[in-house]
Ligand binder design. Sequence first.
Ligand code: S2G
Ligand code: ZN
Length: 465
Amino acid sequence: MVNFKTSGATDALRRACPELRLVTEAGVLASHGRDWTRFREPAPCAVAFPKSVQQVCELVACASAERIPLVPSGGRTGLSGGAVAAHGEVVVSFDRMRRVLDFDPIDRTVTVEAGVVTAAVQELARTRNLYYPVSFASEGSSQIGGNVATNAGGIRVLRYGLTREQVAGLKVVTGRGEVLECNRGLVKNASGYDLRHLFIGSEGTLGLVVEATLRLTDPPLPSKVMLLGVGGMDALMNVFDTLRADLALTAFEFFTDRALHYVRAGLGLPKPLDTACPLYVIAEFDCPTGAEEDRAMASFERCVQQNWLLDGVISQNDRQVAELWRYREGISESISHFPPYKNDLSVTISRVPEFLQRMDELVDEICPDFEVVWYGHIGDGNLHMNILKPGAMELSEFESRSHEISEKTYALTQSIGGSISAEHGIGLLKRPWLNRAHSAAEIEMMQGIKNVFDPAGIFNPGKLL
Ligand code: S2G
Ligand code: ZN
């Protein structure tokens, strides 16, 4: 951490912020100095647990004056190392800022502190007969502040968009220790640049999100889920196009037979279909009456007649909906022990088959000895590529081999206009390839924006930029 102060940082913070809870206990340093990634050892000098915006402002003012690097930390479920503190930084945890500050039934908005867990917002919405639609496997531990910082997506982006579309207002502490109230929950506000949208997806590099005002929406209609077996990606895209035309889809996810193998082993799940297929789909759709179910069955039959579908089941009740979703939502945890090297890629939906075909050829050519598990969100062109570490291979060798694959993967992704990070962010692990995602001019502009909001460069140094 060049020109940053890490030794003596805790003393400086204790003097400047006597009320601030500052922990240096080894177990907390280890647990709070990381996210879900396992490629860097956590080594913060301390973990700060502010309990108010005022304490955050005091902390940032001191860190800015003393040039103490700060790593914001929410639910620690990130997948690009964005919340990893490996160089003596001070972690800023929002575990003690978990209050629900306001709910307005007319505005249909809820204002929460950054440390509120995603599932708690979903539950609050449910109790008010409303719905918070951002949903993903780690929602039980991820925090709203981190969801905003990474613009978390999840399984229903197809219908509701990402976190960005739900944020009606943000309160942020900048690197100058100022509090910005962005948009304050307004639906319309044409009064200049919407700074809210700079902070969403900024990965903690522009400011610390301390409060968010989130839009809630109508509760979803009763829905059903189909688990479908498909012969190949071209057929899968025909199924997607057909079901999207015939049904009100809320999700359209895919996973490969290798993913199915691991999630069945990991969760002890039975075979979902009699037919073993190379690819599987989870399609969720509005099904309030028998008419929609009939339409779904007709659509299913048409896909079978076209030989796009090899097999399939449809849920008969809510329990089966949950059971079918486990085949998709359980994949990530079922392969986490390897560990996997993750690439979170996106292309326009129409390019998915070509992209996957060329990726298969690339993997066969450069790493036939590696096992790759694919799954993701066809409905928004986001494909999760998980390279599984071979048991006997050292983590460091595995990471460097995976970097070679990433070099070629990102070149291919860039060649067809895709993104090297669809929803997990650039963080620490993808930073060497930022120039695959943006031109030099764009990166220069991004650095200029960073300098405005974080002039001392104390926010999450080494991440993203
Ligand atoms: C997903 C979750 C994390 C992972 O399952 O859609 O975004 O394993 C992922 O990539
Ligand atoms: Zn995902």
